[in-house]
Write a protein that binds this ligand. Sequence first.
Ligand code: DQA
Length: 145
Amino acid sequence: MKILVINGPNLNLLGLREPKIYGSRTYADLCSFIEDSCKELGVECELYQSNHEGDIVDKIQQAYGVFDGLVINPAAYTHTSVAILDAIKAVSIPTVEVHISDVDSREKFRKISYVSYVAKKKIAGLGFEGYKCAVEFLKEYLENK
Ligand code: DQA
């Protein structure tokens, strides 16, 4: 089982950006956490981060026929990107949306999520742990499909 984990803009600045909201651990720490979680769950994973919407769309298109599941934190593109939503719809890869912070208890605009229209599940406010929950959910979902 192969899962692609995509992180969107500014998540490469974890540790530096708004630590009260996103914590003090870095993007490298997040990658190690996800890799360790996947190893524990017996799932193969690839990690990808980009600050560019089109690059994220390209990566989702390239995932077709290669990955069984997608975990995505589209970051700010969550609230704006029809292109990312359409790319996920196009490849039909089962997807879980993850946010480190509790987006629904923040500014009003963060309640809007385009990816939510296609995601099997949305996990928000659990910090790094949310990515592990997403992989667990996808594993169970894919095994029982
Ligand atoms: C985020 C929440 C988004 O609103 C924000 O733009 C991000 C990160 C999160 O992980 O909590 O960049 O997706």
